[in-house]
Write a new protein. Structure first.
Length: 234
């Protein structure tokens, strides 16, 4: 990777632009504690897989404790728990599990509807995977990234990796909730949506206060709360 980076830099020389693919510790720009000065570094490390290695080095008991915090937001400040060691292992696992569950449940619902009408043959629909992957991965990547750039623009020291970690864990409660939504009782479904949506949205909103202290960002926090709450309903 280093030799390739050197050759790449010699062949393409453009003023004021850095297209280097060399290994740069990308995690340095994200593992600082809230309120600390963010060290300056290059974004080129985002293209290096090794830059993300530290975020997958996490113990099982740590992941379980963070999962419990996402289910019960009042257990304490999430950013204080992760400290300088945010992980992407659980967010990736949670998102991928949710993708497969939504696709499977979508096909299951389609099968039950087609089963009532013998004239229609049921076929497994792969499109459910495309839909669920687009919704889940798009949400967990784009919304935290947009929040990060908003915080940077408003002068608040945000951390992209820490926000990805926060949003990833916030989706955990949707896994058991999606299973309970299979129960064909409308009132019960709405109760599950209210409980899961409130817990997930509250988890994010309460922890975003760390970044909003001293800044007039209440409208943004409320918007994030409503967006997270409506995500399960969608």
């Amino acid at each position: 990777m280093y030799l390739f980076s050197c050759k790449f830099q010699r062949r393409i020389a453009m003023p004021n632009l850095d297209f280097s693919l060399s290994v740069i510790p990308f995690y340095n720009i994200t593992t600082h504690a809230v309120g600390d000065e963010q060290p300056a570094t290059s974004w080129a490390g985002v293209f290096s897989i090794s830059s993300y290695t530290p975020y997958f080095n996490v113990d099982t008991d740590v992941v379980v404790d963070r999962l419990m915090s996402s289910v019960y937001p009042l257990r304490g400040d999430f950013f204080s728990k992760i400290g300088a060691n945010p992980d992407l292992y659980a967010p990736v696992w949670i998102s991928t599990t949710l993708v497969f569950m939504l696709a499977a449940l979508g096909n299951c619902a389609s099968y039950l509807m087609k089963k009532k009408d013998p004239s229609h043959q049921w076929l497994f629909d792969v499109a459910y995977f495309n839909w669920s992957a687009g919704v889940v991965y798009g949400y967990v990547l784009i919304v935290p990234a947009a929040s990060y750039f908003l915080l940077q623009y408003l002068g608040s020291n945000g951390s992209l990796i820490r926000l990805w970690c926060l949003w990833g864990y916030s989706l955990f409660i949707f896994i058991p909730a999606s299973l309970l939504l299979v129960v064909p009782v409308e009132v019960f479904r709405w109760v599950i949506i209210l409980l899961a949506g409130s817990a997930s949205a509250g988890f994010i909103s309460l922890n975003l206060r760390t970044y909003t202290e001293g800044h007039d960002l209440m409208v943004w926090v409320v918007s994030v709360f409503l967006l997270q709450f409506s995500w399960l309903s969608y």
